[in-house]
Write a protein that binds this ligand. Structure first.
Ligand code: ZN
Ligand code: ZN
Length: 215
């Protein structure tokens, strides 16, 4: 949950089954009304509870323009990644696995500001993958642009729409200053997060040179 003068947002509420847990957290909290449910991308482990949460709280859904079609019926087919498997399920079963949106979401674009968060488009993992940047709170929500499960990494090729672009996506973060980083997968970093991301990006650039013996 992210709160600012410009509204309160829940980012990536998670799997469909996490709906009640998220709602309990929201109700116990005194922050008031939720304005937005923002998705960093359309994958079910981030978006599954989104529509139920919108209905329960009156919040509006927001997602990048390029991922919005995946939340509608007749969505584009995923490439043959793990996520593509959901598309080969019988339609009635798939509706439990993949959410489809009843209403019109707000379509986000790079540079938009929503609930005090700036949208940083980093396509690759999905076409509309975004990070959300809070300058005032010095925090970055990375979705699946990077994970921190075994150190900072881009997602493996098996789950990316375009692996080549997914590898390039985090370079968009280079100029940002943020103390805290919250990942879709893996441990949050609560201090000096931008430096850790910078080390990852720099190290990765050096590795190919070493590998070819041209360092
Ligand atoms: Zn994902
Ligand atoms: Zn994920």
């Amino acid at each position: 949950m992210h709160s600012s003068d410009e509204g309160i947002a829940i980012i990536d509420p998670g799997y469909t089954s996490s709906f009640r847990a998220v709602l309990r957290f929201v109700e116990e909290d005194t922050l008031g009304q939720i304005d937005w449910v923002i998705l960093t991308h359309h994958h079910i482990d981030h978006a599954g509870a989104a529509f139920a949460l919108c209905q329960a709280t009156g919040a509006r859904l927001a997602v990048h323009r390029d991922d919005a079609p995946y939340l509608q019926r007749g969505r584009p087919r995923n490439r043959m990644t793990l996520w593509g498997m959901a598309e080969r399920l019988p339609a009635r079963l798939a509706s439990y696995v993949v959410s489809t949106a009843p209403g019109e979401p707000r379509l986000l674009e790079d540079g938009d500001v929503i609930a005090g968060l700036r949208v940083v488009h980093g396509p690759g993992h999905t076409p509309g993958s975004i990070c959300l940047y809070s300058e005032s709170q010095s925090a970055l929500f990375l979705g699946d642009v990077l994970n921190n499960e075994r150190g900072i990494r881009t997602p493996p090729w098996t789950v990316n729409h375009s692996h080549r672009r997914a590898r390039l996506a985090p370079q968009r973060l280079e100029g940002l200053r943020f103390e805290q980083a919250y990942f879709g997968h893996g441990t949050s970093i609560l201090a000096g997060a931008d430096q850790r991301v910078l080390v990852f990006l720099t190290h990765r650039r050096l590795v190919p040179a070493h590998a070819t013996g041209q360092s």
